[in-house]
Design a protein around this ligand. Structure first.
Ligand SMILES: Nc1ncnc2c1ncn2[C@@H]1O[C@H](COP(=O)(O)OP(=O)(O)OP(=O)(O)O)[C@@H](O)[C@H]1O
Ligand SMILES: [Mg+2]
Length: 267
């Protein structure tokens, strides 16, 4: 796939679910890395003060003074904050624990939910796809992602109560669509931590497929220890162990995402 710089208005994908620990960061990091491996210039914006995505790509938040909040506040351009990663075509805009202050500090700002969107528009990020890793809350940071993104990807953990909270998330997306971003929609839901030895995983898969037949990606992300280990090495799975089931599943998911976006993966 050839992307000329002139056509580079990035497609923004927000990976969101207010539920904690469902696989947002694992999906965001490994999807972004896989898109890059498929030669799609990609930028990952870490919008979570936990900075897990930054760490998973080997960027220690203590090492750099500038982070995504500087772009949200308009102090820096996203392009100036983006750091290269070990993967060609993948850049990261890191987060920092200080980002937690944004939820309080931005309350008085006019257009406070539109700040990230504005930053992306003026950011000059050299990317075809921008993936945003959202925090586990439906606060101002996630709203900024929903205002910036035409598309939301929802990871659903194959666990008890998997659907719990999904209605609230979809209502929030609908409210954001109505008030902030008329082009907003869910690109898809992806099942995470799928364990074929566990009947519950199949039950959750059936239930999500029944409720959201058009949204569910056919790729399931398996429960795979390599996905849990790779962040501590500062590498996405595709670099840590390309043959692992977790790495292969994310490559497959990236192909499905490109197909749904109408950006066909190169062969
Ligand atoms: N498919 C998987 N197989 C094995 N472990 C996984 C898998 N997906 C995620 N994990 C592990 O589960 C934990 C939670 O995953 P992750 O950090 O991606 O979730 P999250 O939704 O981003 O969490 P938070 O809500 O705190 O941001 C992590 O320790 C991660 O390594
Ligand atoms: Mg996370």
């Amino acid at each position: 796939m050839k992307h000329s710089p002139a056509t580079r208005v990035p497609v923004v994908l927000a990976v969101a679910n207010q539920k904690g620990g469902v696989g947002k960061t694992t999906t965001a990091v490994n999807l972004a890395a896989s898109l890059a491996v498929l030669e799609t210039p990609t930028a990952l914006i870490d919008l979570d003060p936990q900075a897990n995505a930054s760490l998973a790509l080997g960027v220690d938040h203590r090492s750099g003074p500038a982070h995504v909040y500087d772009a949200i506040l308009g102090r820096k351009r996203l392009a100036d904050l983006a750091v290269a990663t070990e993967i060609e075509h993948l850049a990261l805009v890191p987060s920092h624990p200080d980002l937690v202050a944004a939820e309080v500090e931005l309350v008085g700002e006019e257009d406070r939910a539109g700040l990230l969107s504005a930053a992306i528009r003026r950011g000059g990020l050299d990317a075809v796809v921008v993936v945003i890793d959202c925090p586990p809350a439906l606060g101002l940071l996630t709203l900024n992602a929903l205002a910036a993104a035409p598309w939301v990807i929802v990871p659903v953990q194959c666990e008890f109560y998997a659907l719990d909270g999904l209605a609230r998330l979809l209502n929030t997306i609908e409210a954001a669509r109505a008030s902030l971003n008329p082009g907003l929609a869910v690109l898809g839901m992806v099942l995470t931590m799928f364990d074929r030895r566990n009947r519950l995983s199949f039950q959750v898969a059936d239930e999500v497929a029944r409720h959201f037949p058009d949204l569910l990606f056919s790729t399931r992300i398996p429960r795979n220890v390599r996905l849990a280990e790779s962040p501590s090495h500062g590498k996405p799975a595709v670099l840590f162990d390309v043959q692992s089931p977790g790495s292969r599943a994310h490559l497959e998911l990236a192909e499905e995402v490109l197909a749904r976006l109408g950006l066909v993966a190169p062969t």
